[in-house]
Ligand binder design. Structure first.
Ligand SMILES: [Zn+2]
Length: 92
């Protein structure tokens, strides 16, 4: 399973305060804090009447994917040699 990150989304209109505009775009890990002018906050609302929301996104771990990929290639090679043996195209 990959890591989960989260990011804040402001209401996106002209009434968004500067503090929330600063937080928007910050990407932190699922259980980490957003750095805001009101201190470190886990998720919105960051202040009274804040209209921000939080989105979660699962990101994959490249290292894991690479290992799985290599294993699949190995299995594929084994499967191909087995097929070749079965079909008699390869002398054992
Ligand atoms: Zn806000």
């Amino acid at each position: 399973m990959g890591n989960v990150i989260k990011y804040a989304i402001s209401a996106g209109d002209g009434r968004v305060c500067k503090g929330c505009r600063d937080v928007e775009g910050q990407e932190v890990k699922q259980y980490d804090y957003f750095e805001t002018q009101w201190g470190n906050v886990l998720f919105p609302p960051f202040h009274t009447d804040c209209r921000c929301a939080v989105e979660y996104e699962e990101i994959s771990e490249p290292e894991d994917n690479k290992q799985i990929h290599n294993k699949m290639i190995l299995l594929q090679k084994k499967a191909i040699s087995l097929l070749e043996i079965l079909e008699g195209t390869q002398k054992v």
